[in-house]
Design a protein around this ligand. Sequence first.
Ligand SMILES: Cc1cc2nc3c(=O)[nH]c(=O)nc-3n(C[C@H](O)[C@H](O)[C@H](O)COP(=O)(O)O)c2cc1C
Length: 153
Amino acid sequence: MKIVVLYDSVFGNTKLVAEEIAKAAGKGAKLVSAADFKAEDIADADLIVVGSPTRAFNPTPGMAGVLKTLPSLAGKKALVFDTRSDKADLNSKAFNFFEKTFGYAAEKMAKALKKKGAVLADLPAGFFVADAEGPMKEGELKRAAEWAKANIK
Ligand SMILES: Cc1cc2nc3c(=O)[nH]c(=O)nc-3n(C[C@H](O)[C@H](O)[C@H](O)COP(=O)(O)O)c2cc1C
């Protein structure tokens, strides 16, 4: 199975998660950043894993732009993940309100990929940062690897 892990990252945390997922996916998984992405990168992929930080409840503009320009994904599987703040840590009523209303990057990316014809292999996933600039919360890189292993078959 050909796997491409496509990611964007501002502070490097989503990149670390993407690397962990590519490693868990086994040899041959190709890692591509949104900035370097070309449509030919996924031409023969069976599964694409797409990850972005959640910024203002959405994927980065870079990732959103890439998803918009993707060709048809009919016949391909997809997995999506984001990195995000843990609302339990923020303990902010305002954040909880907006989070309920506007959600996270992964859901938006899932919608965009489905629109292009991909079939989601699992629900959108979110992995927690300890702080906006990182690092990832303890255990999250391991959880990401386990999620990848459970869903990449
Ligand atoms: C401008 C900005 C907006 C953010 N918006 C959200 C948000 O809406 N929801 C959330 O859970 N985390 C939010 N965060 C935290 C980011 O998700 C966190 O910075 C990101 O996971 C780090 O990933 P990266 O190192 O790959 O850039 C925001 C952070 C910044 C700096």
